[in-house]
Design a protein around this ligand. Structure first.
Ligand code: SF4
Ligand code: SF4
Length: 166
């Protein structure tokens, strides 16, 4: 299991073309989504996200109205105040959590300060075990995440091995 973030970034860079081929390979070869999700569960169980928190540093977190309601209540402010203080718009105009130089505005060290009320996107991340739609239809997301998320990097390598990717 590789968890070093620098090593993962370097390896993903080396394997970028291979991973793109793997995406196409997975689409055209029979596999069980349930089995691939189970690999995700096994790898999640072996990785301590509180030692990593890299997704909170590097990604923009899209949020919906339900997330706003939950977070505003948790923090003890009105929804309007929450939106003003803690949200922003991404390049496409969608609502996201505000970020600072360390990443998400709610990240403290390696921990989430609003963990109990974190957005659904965060609770589901990295979306292998908890994600809607088939794995192969969402592989484009995983190719990107393999560069910064140890769960996804290791999961993809495990799936390649299991499926017999040449
Ligand atoms: S809300 Fe919490 S879990 Fe989500 S990105 Fe921010 S710090 Fe991470
Ligand atoms: S989900 Fe991935 S990137 Fe986020 S903390 Fe866990 S291992 Fe790190």
């Amino acid at each position: 299991m590789i968890t070093d973030l620098v090593q993962i970034r370097r390896l993903e860079h080396q394997k970028r073309a291979e991973n793109a081929r793997f995406r196409a390979y997975l689409k055209s070869h029979r596999h069980s989504d349930r089995r691939l999700r189970r690999f995700g569960e096994e790898i999640e169980a072996e990785i301590d996200c509180t030692q990593c928190a890299n997704c909170c540093r590097v990604t923009e977190v899209g949020i919906n109205q339900r997330d706003v309601e939950k977070l505003a209540k948790f923090i003890g402010v009105s929804e309007r105040e929450f939106a003003d203080q803690f949200t922003a718009r991404d390049a496409a105009g969608a609502r996201i959590l505000k970020r600072n130089e360390s990443g998400c505005v709610f990240l403290e060290g390696n921990l989430c300060s609003v963990y109990e009320a974190r957005p659904q996107n965060c609770a589901n991340f990295p979306h292998v075990v908890r994600g809607t739609g088939s794995i192969s239809s969402r592989m484009w997301q995983f190719l990107d995440r393999a560069a910064y998320c140890p769960i996804i990097y290791n999961w993809m390598e495990k799936v390649k091995e299991d499926i017999g990717f040449p």
